[in-house]
Write a protein that binds this ligand. Structure first.
Ligand SMILES: Cc1cc2nc3c(=O)[nH]c(=O)nc-3n(C[C@H](O)[C@H](O)[C@H](O)COP(=O)(O)OP(=O)(O)OC[C@H]3O[C@@H](n4cnc5c(N)ncnc54)[C@H](O)[C@@H]3O)c2cc1C
Ligand SMILES: *[C@@H]1O[C@H](CO)[C@@H](O)[C@H](O)[C@H]1NC(C)=O
Ligand SMILES: *[C@@H]1O[C@H](CO)[C@@H](O)[C@H](O)[C@H]1NC(C)=O
Ligand SMILES: *[C@@H]1O[C@H](CO)[C@@H](O)[C@H](O)[C@H]1NC(C)=O
Ligand SMILES: *[C@@H]1O[C@H](CO)[C@@H](O)[C@H](O)[C@H]1NC(C)=O
Length: 495
């Protein structure tokens, strides 16, 4: 008799808990959206608003498209404070978007939740006395470059024009890193709204713990509204793209090692290589921060026959970026690993990827693009000179190897994820064997299942978690913001 009663009761609990919590979750975001609409109806968009909603719903990459219950666009920091109060009281889930450039699903977009889009907060003010620029978190890097150019200055920002300020929250690798460190090393202060709706300015002098964590802590501490950045003198530039056929893949990887041994010692030089595996094309964009034609630093790349060469002089640095390859296929993702400088290993990593890319033949539109990013000792030195950063690369030349995959249809999302991770695992296999593996994973190139914060080291992770508890004691940014690399999922070790 007992069992007869026991079983149905047990099943009832199992069946109703998820449904009830889903209903409450939906109710919570509907409540938040009605309150936001009541606060500022013209800044709150619903699906019924048609194009205005769709334009923001459909962010850059198709992999990032979601259907938020509403999209709220704060116009000022006070609006962000108000929004946080509403999200706090309703317990609604939400996502925060800067430039909307992340291809990762639900990182800066959300189903059944509120999307806070920072786009309207895009004011920019240059202060000649301190040579810093204060910018709203809704800017794209191109907008910031063009603005500071008016004052003959440069910032350490993104390498593609449409990337947004969210890049800074993951450390940020720039064409100027060789000279001035990572993007977040050049932040003077962050203006942030905390979970308890308080505004704080985090800098080297105030809330130092938070300032440190924000340099590579993504969306775990609050909503960033503005950053103040160091600027540097604008110089004329030389650069452009060399296009090669893929038959030179091994030589290009070898050229990268030579560049890293010697060329990269010239801190005015930077490059961005895209090796398009499936379509037989490799692009190497060269950037030199001075009016020098064909600088010696890039010699190994001139020695390989290119089919196209767009290199020329530029009056303004920002104009070089406009030429970057972008959004060739609708769905996109990437993953990253790190290993130390070694010619044979660089060549092998690309070979392994080329073989793995054959598996993409069953994926509609499947395209693999390798992005081998040589990290120099001078980048690491420049980073350390500018203060402590949770991202602590070893003081040794290394490769931040990023594999990008593009494809057409949602039905292939999982297949692509496993091809990506299998390929990275194979590369890690050889680098571990050769003692060249480094556990560090660059946040801005990481796949969503990669354990980024754990890769900073246990001590750093513990510190970042403690800072999280200090500034967000109820862990709003852990529980109510499901998207992004989280401080606690990082406790799980990568299998
Ligand atoms: C074509 C391409 C080029 C790229 N180039 C570079 C490069 O040169 N260097 C580099 O380092 N990375 C680069 N990236 C990676 C890029 O930095 C990340 O995708 C970055 O997150 C994009 O910033 P965003 O503002 O456009 O991001 P979004 O997609 O808007 O947001 C990304 C993440 O940041 C968080 N976030 C955004 N705004 C806020 C805020 N106001 N407060 C708190 N959290 C916030 C979001 O919640 C989300 O998790 C590139 C990516 C692509 C696709
Ligand atoms: C909403 O209306 C106010 C007052 O007319 C205006 O200042 C604000 O810019 C508008 N916001 C949007 C997002 O259109
Ligand atoms: C190869 O891919 C790149 C970027 O991934 C794209 O710009 C280019 O048009 C493609 N070329 C061919 C020949 O398909
Ligand atoms: C780099 O490795 C490739 C492939 O193993 C080899 O052909 C080449 O000679 C090596 N170059 C250098 C500079 O060691
Ligand atoms: C909000 O949180 C911060 C950081 O924990 C704290 O310093 C501040 O006193 C809090 N403010 C209020 C109004 O609770």
């Amino acid at each position: 008799m007992r069992n007869i009663f026991f079983f149905p009761a047990f099943l009832l609990i199992v069946a109703t808990v998820p449904i009830r919590s889903l209903l409450t979750a939906q109710q919570a975001c509907q409540n938040a959206c009605s309150l936001l609409e009541r606060y500022q109806s013209n800044a709150t968009l619903f699906a019924s608003d048609g194009d205005a909603y769709t334009t923001q719903q459909e962010a850059h990459w198709k992999t990032a498209w979601k259907t938020p219950t509403c999209i709220y666009s704060p116009q000022s920091i006070d609006d962000v404070v108000h929004a946080i109060k509403i999200l706090q009281s309703t317990k609604s889930k939400f996502a925060v978007r800067g430039g909307g450039h992340s291809p990762l699903s639900a990182w800066a977009n959300i189903d059944n939740g509120v999307l806070i889009s920072m786009r309207a907060i895009s004011d920019k003010v240059y202060d000649p006395a301190t040579e810093t620029v204060r910018v709203g978190f809704g800017c794209t890097w191109m907008e910031v470059y063009q603005f500071v150019e008016l004052h003959s200055r440069l910032v350490v920002g993104g390498r593609a024009s449409t990337v947004g300020m969210g890049m800074i929250m993951g450390g940020g690798l720039s064409h100027l890193s060789n000279a001035y460190g990572f993007a977040s090393d050049n932040v003077v202060s962050y203006e942030l709204v905390l979970a308890n709706a308080t505004i704080v300015m985090a800098s080297a002098d105030s809330h130092q713990d938070l300032f440190y964590a924000l340099k590579a802590g993504a969306n775990n501490y609050g909503i960033t509204t503005h950053v103040t950045l160091r600027t540097y003198p604008l110089s004329k530039a030389w650069g452009g793209t060399l296009v090669y056929t893929n038959e030179y893949r091994d030589q290009l990887m070898e050229a990268l090692t030579i560049y890293q041994h010697s060329g990269q010692l010239d801190t005015k030089s930077a490059l961005l290589a895209y090796l398009g595996i499936n379509n037989n094309t490799a692009y190497v964009s060269l950037v030199y921060l001075d009016a020098v034609r064909r600088p010696q630093a890039f010699k190994p790349f001139y020695d390989i026959p290119s089919v196209v060469d767009t290199t020329r002089f530029y009056d303004k640095f920002g104009d070089i970026l406009a030429e970057q390859v972008d959004r060739v296929v609708p769905r996109w993702t990437f993953g990253a690993t790190t290993f130390f400088l070694d010619n044979e290993t660089y060549v092998d990593a690309a070979r392994i990827s080329q073989i793995a890319a054959e598996r993409l033949s069953t994926v509609n539109g499947g395209t693999m693009v390798l992005m081998p990013q040589p990290i120099s000792k001078s980048m690491i030195k420049a980073s350390r000179e500018r203060g402590e950063n949770p991202m602590i690369p070893q003081d040794r030349e290394q490769m931040w190897f990023c594999i990008n995959i593009g494809w057409n249809f949602k039905s292939d999302d999982e297949a692509v994820g496993s091809i990506l991770m299998d390929t990275l695992d194979q590369i890690d296999g050889i680098t571990k064997e050769r003692n060249l593996y480094d556990p560090f994973i660059f946040l801005n190139d990481a796949y969503h299942s990669q354990n980024v914060f754990r890769s900073y080291g246990v001590e750093t992770l513990n510190k970042m978690q403690a800072i999280g508890k200090r500034y967000d004691p109820e862990q709003m940014f852990q529980h109510q913001v499901p998207g992004g690399f989280k401080l606690y999922s990082a406790n799980r070790r990568t299998p």
